[in-house]
Design a protein around this ligand. Structure first.
Ligand code: OXD
Ligand code: MN
Length: 607
């Protein structure tokens, strides 16, 4: 069930019956159809009938497998090609007019040459297949910041997944009208040849071309390609920010509402944090999710920073999702979800490492082989995913559809760091906050192809997603701060610091509420802080540790918290050297403010 071809006999819809009369859309679709040579064109309307029809077709073609409908109603299963399981950063191109615009951290390629090369790959590549015309919105209808995209794809899996991940179909045709601006996305599975796999972005043409992959992050073009890479470019032109951030709504027992945005690198628990359920001790606190992966932020007329989640679903990493780490995610993916590359039980239920303590018997791994605890590889591909509609989330914030967005009070940056970074600290001001984001680092994970476990600098968790020069990007962040009379506060967290015995110093998951409480209270001026070399930190007695256990089921001690918050000069000397490597790599366009912030930190540390 890797790629599959369409078996439909639907004839090409004559132009008169197209759901749009937008001349730019009609001519582009005609041009791309002439290039790719599909047997038929399907103009998506996003209706329930269409979903049934496309699902049946995908099942008939072996692209989807119907899962156990008693256990997982409306759920389907897909296996991608074994060579096509993650984003391919080394084959992701930013094709700006000049190399300098893309900057030193992106793979640049000439736009005309790349278009000619990729069109060569597309030529006749959809023969005998269906080309789906998938119109979608990134953002709620009616929001002035919402963007419209149209993805042409020969993958029914992509068409169905886009229906989950975006507001897809008639709503997008309506918003587009006959004159609207839209992003052009062309996707083709080709032969899934990794050597000819390219994910190319053309910021000046507002265009994306993706070929020879059928893995989500490379092919659901609304997500990383439009909402982040081209979004960041558009944001710079238009005065807003496209960020790799979750958005959560925090309600305190007194009814105080705080919206928080947070950036962590891929697979560092953004979805878990966005769906956090406060522990028992926090009765009366309520957390609801606005978004789990992407935020678009802009200065509002009242001088506050507003944000919206452009997506409509969650494309989350399955391994590690369980009743402790994320009960809301488990509820979200219990129906109407597309699973990719997880393991399967004999009765067509799904499983992945960490779902339950013991694996079920009769398991088949993501490649379809029988699997048991003696098997050498994982049952679920480490980057196996679920695509679930956000409406399934029992803790969905109603503001997710508000075209006005939500005002952000706190921005949290975080990484997966075994050493150096404390559990939590607060920046002194906006430029210090931008510095904390710019110097983020994390140990690499399975979401992208490449080695795992090494620290890689990932400024604002945007290194793989910023569509232009990182130096200009930091300057843009600094300039946004100047437009805000009431800026949000910045924080940095690290849930992943370890002790000498290599044990996590902080329990994480729902217990992160204890840190979040301090963050939220800081935003409202209700919590104390000590000034340290790194920033403001909670006095050790001010974090609520009641009911928390440490190693060996003992109660969690203040000493352990002190270890989680410790500032080690040796580690910081190394850290500052590594930061310099990044700054120097970015080069001359690195804003001076960030060099100054680094120098100030060095002198505060006495190094
Ligand atoms: C994702 C990623 O899929 O960051 O969200 O890789
Ligand atoms: Mn992400």
């Amino acid at each position: 069930m890797h790629t599959g071809t369409s078996a439909s006999t639907t004839p090409a819809i004559p132009a008169a019956a197209t759901p749009t009369r937008h001349p730019g859309v009609l001519s582009w679709v005609a041009e791309m159809a002439a290039l790719c040579g599909p047997e038929r064109i399907h103009w998506c309307d996003g209706s329930a009938t269409e979903k049934v029809r496309l699902t049946e077709r995908a099942i008939a073609d072996g692209v989807l497998l119907r899962l156990n409908q008693d256990k997982l109603p409306g759920c389907y299963y897909h296996r991608s090609h074994p060579s096509d399981v993650a984003r391919v950063e080394d084959r992701t191109l930013i094709c700006t007019a000049t190399k300098d615009e893309a900057g030193p951290t992106n793979n640049w390629a000439d736009p005309d040459e790349t278009t000619a090369k990729l069109h060569g790959i597309f030529k006749g590549s959809m023969a005998g297949r269906t080309m789906y015309v998938v119109p979608y919105l990134m953002g709620p209808p009616g929001c002035p910041k919402t963007k419209i995209g149209i993805e042409l794809t020969d993958s029914v899996y992509v068409a169905l997944s886009m229906r989950v991940m975006t507001r897809m179909g008639a709503v997008a045709w309506r918003e587009l009208g006959e004159t609207g601006t839209f992003n052009k996305g062309l996707h083709g599975m080709g032969t899934i040849d990794p050597e000819k796999r390219w994910i190319a972005h053309f910021p000046q043409r507002n265009e994306i071309i993706s070929v020879n992959s059928n893995y989500g992050g490379n092919v659901l073009l609304g997500k990383k390609c439009l909402a982040l890479r081209l979004g960041s470019w558009l944001g710079r032109q238009e005065g807003w920010l496209a960020e790799h951030m979750l958005i959560m709504k925090v309600e305190s027992p007194t009814g105080e509402v705080t919206f928080v945005a947070a950036a962590f690198p891929s697979a560092c628990g953004k979805t878990n944090f966005a769906m956090l359920i406060p522990p028992e001790r926090y009765a009366g606190w309520k957390i609801t999710t606005v978004g789990d992966d992407i935020a678009w932020l802009w200065p509002g007329e009242d001088g506050r920073l507003y944000a919206m989640n452009p997506e409509n679903g969650y494309f989350g990493v399955a391994p590690g999702t369980n009743a402790t780490s994320n009960p809301n995610a488990l509820a979200t993916i219990s129906h109407d979800t597309i699973y990719t590359n997880v393991a399967l039980t004999a009765d067509l239920d799904v499983w992945w490492e960490g779902k339950t303590a013991e694996p079920p018997v009769d398991l088949h791994d993501w490649l379809g082989h029988e699997w048991n605890l003696r098997s050498e590889s994982k049952a679920a591909q480490p980057n196996s995913r679920f695509a679930a509609p956000m409406i399934n989330n029992p803790a969905l914030a109603p503001e997710v559809n508000d075209p006005r967005g939500v005002p952000i009070s706190a921005i949290i940056f975080g990484g997966r760091r075994a050493t150096t970074f404390p559990l939590v600290m607060q920046a002194f001001n906006w430029s210090h906050g931008v510095y904390l984001g710019a110097t983020m680092g994390s140990e690499t994970t399975a979401a992208a192809v490449g080695a795992t476990g090494q620290v890689r600098r990932d400024p604002m968790a945007m290194l793989p997603f910023c569509g232009y020069h990182m130096g200009d990007y930091f300057a843009h962040w600094l300039s946004i701060g100047k437009k805000l009379a009431h800026p949000p506060r910045f924080f940095h967290v690290n849930w992943f610091r370890r002790d000498k015995a290599n044990k996590f110093l902080w329990p994480g998951f729902g217990e992160n509420m204890r840190v979040l409480e301090w963050i939220v209270n800081r935003c409202h001026g209700h919590a104390e802080a000590d000034e340290t070399a790194l920033g403001w930190m909670p006095p050790l007695e001010s974090l609520d540790l009641r009911g928390l256990t440490g190693p060996g089921q003992n109660s969690y001690s203040r000493d352990r918290l002190a270890e989680a918050q410790a500032i080690d000069p040796v580690e910081w000397t190394r850290e500052l050297d590594l930061q310099k490597e990044l700054f120097d790599r970015i080069g001359e366009r690195m804003p001076k403010e960030l060099y100054f912030e680094r120098e100030l930190l060095r002198s505060r540390l006495g190094l």
